[in-house]
Design a protein around this ligand. Structure first.
Ligand code: NAP
Length: 305
């Protein structure tokens, strides 16, 4: 039996990924949306969260595809109303608010799932398996994309809490924290801010264990989402956002997934709800918070969409 789910924040990622993933799943039935303007054809649309929670008590699961800044209030309202909650990445605007949601969910016996879609990319699980037990000599992330292509006109990414280039960069960090056999922590960062914006458009990061990262939102043409890991017994590269795996420079064939990143997230949410469990992992966001804490600020040209 498919469970009713409500999707909140009908914008770019809801339309691109969440709606097709829910509609393509036997686990879920999209029973309502909540969005001030956005709607999904054929689905009952609410513009107010409290009104939906009051009107539709049979909807036990809420998926929040809003930007991080407004998300906490919606998540808290859903948990207080006894609903299970699934959070887009990054799971909140701050670490503390996600800890608060976790405590609330635990106290009420509800599921909270902090999703990290890039961890569901095809090469990630095989990369983790290959690295298990190996000694890492160094690793480097290159995450360079065009903000105008992926966040057209979305000024929230440059507002406080929008995380700037860490909005995509946290996807790389979600893969890094999944595949490395031992955790690393940030030791230094340089953050490059457009002169007219509140969040960085580029960042370079250094971690313990000779791990470095280069994030840039100004890349036009081909986009680069690569992680290279050198071990004492061979080199691994994950390219295309975790979807292509190379070992010692040779593509690993046969890396396939029956299921895309977002369908995999919704399948996991169905499992968690069935088990009465939560999955809350803030490791990628800790690195972002630390970069904001330690980062040296540089200022570059003003940015406008
Ligand atoms: P978006 O299109 O700008 O926002 C999603 C929707 O949220 C908006 O259409 C808006 O709907 C609602 N919303 C925006 N600001 C709000 C506010 N202050 N209060 C209440 N509702 C608000 O953003 P998005 O690109 O879908 O990103 C949403 C989340 O998905 C982010 O955390 C992002 O990191 C993640 N994500 C995005 C992408 C991507 O390619 N863009 C990929 C993966 C993950 P209404 O105006 O109808 O209320």
């Amino acid at each position: 039996m498919a469970m009713d789910i409500a999707l909140v924040g009908i914008g770019k990622i809801a339309v691109d990924q969440h709606v097709p993933a829910i509609n393509g799943s036997d686990d879920w039935h999209l029973a309502a949306t909540v969005s001030r303007a956005g709607t999904v054809a054929g689905v009952t649309a609410f513009t107010d969260m409290d009104a939906m929670l009051a009107a539709r008590p049979e909807i036990k699961v809420i998926s929040l595809a809003l930007p991080p800044m407004p998300r906490f209030a919606y998540a808290k309202a859903a948990l207080l109303a006894g609903r299970h909650v699934m959070l887009e990445k990054p799971p909140g605007a701050t670490l503390a608010e996600v800890h608060a949601l976790h405590a609330l969910a635990a106290a009420r016996g509800l599921t909270l799932y902090t999703t990290w879609h890039s961890r569901m990319a095809m090469g990630v699980a095989p990369a983790k398996a290959w690295l298990a037990g190996r000694t890492i000599a160094r690793a480097h992330i290159t995450w360079r994309e065009d903000v105008r292509k992926w966040h057209p006109g979305q000024d929230w990414v440059f507002a406080p809490g929008g995380m700037g280039v860490f909005d995509p960069g946290i996807n790389a960090l979600s893969i890094l924290t999944e595949i490395l056999p031992d955790p690393v922590h940030l030791t230094a960062a340089t953050l490059t801010y457009p002169s007219n914006r509140q969040t960085p458009i580029a960042a370079t990061l250094s971690f313990t264990g000779q791990v470095t990262a280069d994030f840039d939102w100004r890349q036009q043409g081909p986009q680069t989402w690569d992680i290279e890991v050198e071990t004492t017994t061979g080199t691994l590269a994950l390219r295309s956002g975790g979807n292509r795996l190379e070992i010692d420079g040779n593509p690993v064939s046969g890396i396939t997934s029956q299921i895309g990143e977002y369908p995999a997230l919704y399948a996991r949410m169905a499992e968690l709800v069935a088990k009465g469990a939560s999955e809350v992992d803030l490791a990628p966001m800790v690195h972002v918070a630390d970069a904001m804490t330690l980062g040296r600020r540089e200022v570059t040209d003003a940015f406008d969409f």
